[in-house]
Design a protein around this ligand. Structure first.
Ligand code: ARG
Length: 454
């Protein structure tokens, strides 16, 4: 039976029920709805709406329900109730009869669903922080393993200057640290309890909302009832935090897909996270990484979905807001599994050091070093840049790297060049010179790793 039958004389259509019911989605709020209901039982007992004994009986029945239904979504959905709040109330009435009908005194599904969803965001948010932490640790472990593995660094996907694989890994550490801080911020803002706001105007009973918020482990109660029931900023913020993090995951995935390509071959991926082709026996495809890249799209889509649903909604609650959950749940599920998958990919990744080193040596990645050498000899950088450009054109014509050109050949472009140029052109020199905070010199990367681990 619906929670609102009295005012109606006709039957609702089957199509409307199908359209209106949210149980197939919001069954995931079962635990939060029961926990919220237990706190509400205490709240209404404290102002004399129910007796201490009635409160004890209601809470016992709710706790029983928690155990009985557990996390069996099928048991909930097949029940056919309108939404998770109706489901819990029906089950409660089936257990304790008329007493169950007293629980909703002073409460609305509007403050109830807002509370349930915030409790859910807090719980899932904590799990996401742990997952981000695991990925962070995997990246640092990779940086440590490959602290001195040389690879080409790119701009415009053109080989630019050599870096180390450790340095590459630490770039993503920075990104995921920002994601962690963004998620913590979002969860901090979500940490206010809407329960006791009623349908929109505040509950008519003198509930201590501070105590109620504390009972549900919220940092504080919300402060305006109209806002309480219509605020979905926490949904938007979780989706946006997830979108930014998925952007980082997709960039990391793309880098690794390229490093793993036949053309680059800088890394090998574990058999655990790759798949084959049904036709081409030789194939070992980076599916895990491609799916991380691909799932980024649906997460962005859900962010746009919730922003657009909330756009221009008048105060206070509107049924439009029931559409907040499907996208959020999908965002959280997608982000969570992508974080786990990325950590698994990194744990089994090996660097093909010889190939990566050869690639770093090719492509004139030490041209900047030659320019810096000329600067040390007194040439202004802009002029040195031009001269080295000419050297590179010449070297390409000779099909040689710069370091294989003779002093005589190099002197055609700048008289100041002598034998002492060659030590400047080695990969080791390129790396060691970047001995500055945030640079790729191995001791800088080691210091960064140590700082991250501390
Ligand atoms: N299923 C609804 C939702 O998720 C619960 C709130 C319904 N409130 C109402 N007044 N119809 O938003």
């Amino acid at each position: 039976m619906a929670l609102w039958g009295g005012r109606f004389q006709g039957e609702t259509s089957a199509l409307f029920k199908l359209f209106n019911d949210s149980l197939p989605v919001d069954y995931r709020l079962f635990e939060q709805d029961v926990v919220g209901s237990i706190a509400w039982a205490d709240a209404i007992a404290s102002v004399g709406i129910i007796t201490a004994q009635e409160c004890t009986d209601l809470k016992a029945a709710l706790n029983e329900l928690l155990v009985e239904v557990g996390n069996d979504p099928q048991a909930i959905i097949s029940n056919g109730a309108e939404d998770i709040h109706s489901f819990v109330e029906q089950k409660l009435i089936a257990k304790v009869g008329d007493l169950g009908k007293k629980l909703h005194t002073g409460r609305s599904r509007n403050d109830q669903v807002a509370t349930d969803l915030k409790l859910w965001c807090k719980k899932e948010g904590a799990a996401l922080l742990a997952r981000l932490g695991t990925l962070h640790a995997e990246l640092i472990a990779l940086a440590e393993r490959e602290v001195d593995a040389v690879m080409p660094g790119y701009t415009h996907l053109q080989r630019a200057q050599p870096v180390t694989f450790g340095h590459w890994a630490l770039a993503y550490v920075e990104m995921f640290e920002r994601d962690i801080s963004r998620l913590q911020d979002a969860l901090g803002r979500a940490d206010s309890c809407p329960l006791g706001s009623g349908a929109l105007a505040g509950t008519a009973y003198p509930i201590d909302r501070h105590a109620l918020a504390a009972a549900l482990n919220f940092a504080r109660p919300t402060l305006n009832s109209l806002d309480s029931v219509s605020d979905r900023d926490h949904v938007v913020e979780l989706c946006s935090t997830a979108s930014i993090s998925m952007m980082h995951l997709s960039r990391m995935a793309e880098d690794l897909i390229f490093f793993n390509s036949g053309e680059a071959n800088f890394i090998s991926l574990s058999d655990q996270v790759t798949s084959g082709s049904s036709l081409m026996p030789q194939k070992k495809n980076p599916d895990a990484l491609e799916l991380i890249r691909g799932k980024t799209g649906r997460v962005y889509g859900s962010l746009m979905g919730i922003l657009t649903t909330m756009k221009a909604l008048p105060l206070a609650y509107n049924k439009d807001m029931q559409e907040d959950k499907e996208g959020l749940f999908d965002v959280v599920d997608s982000w969570a599994i992508c974080l786990d998958m990325a950590a698994l990919v990194l744990s089994g990744l090996t660097v093909n050091r010889p190939q990566a080193l050869v690639a770093a040596q090719q492509g004139y990645a030490n041209a900047t070093e030659l320019a810096d050498y000329l600067v040390a000899k007194g040439m202004p950088f802009r002029e040195a840049h031009h001269v080295v450009g000419e050297v590179v054109v010449f070297a390409i014509g000779e099909q040689k790297p710069i370091e294989d050109l003779s002093v005589a050949e190099l002197q055609q472009f700048a008289k100041v060049i002598s034998d002492d140029v060659y030590p400047n052109l080695t990969i080791e020199a390129c790396l060691e010179k970047r001995d500055v905070l945030g640079g790729t010199a191995i001791n800088q990367v080691q210091a960064a790793i140590a700082a991250k681990k501390a």
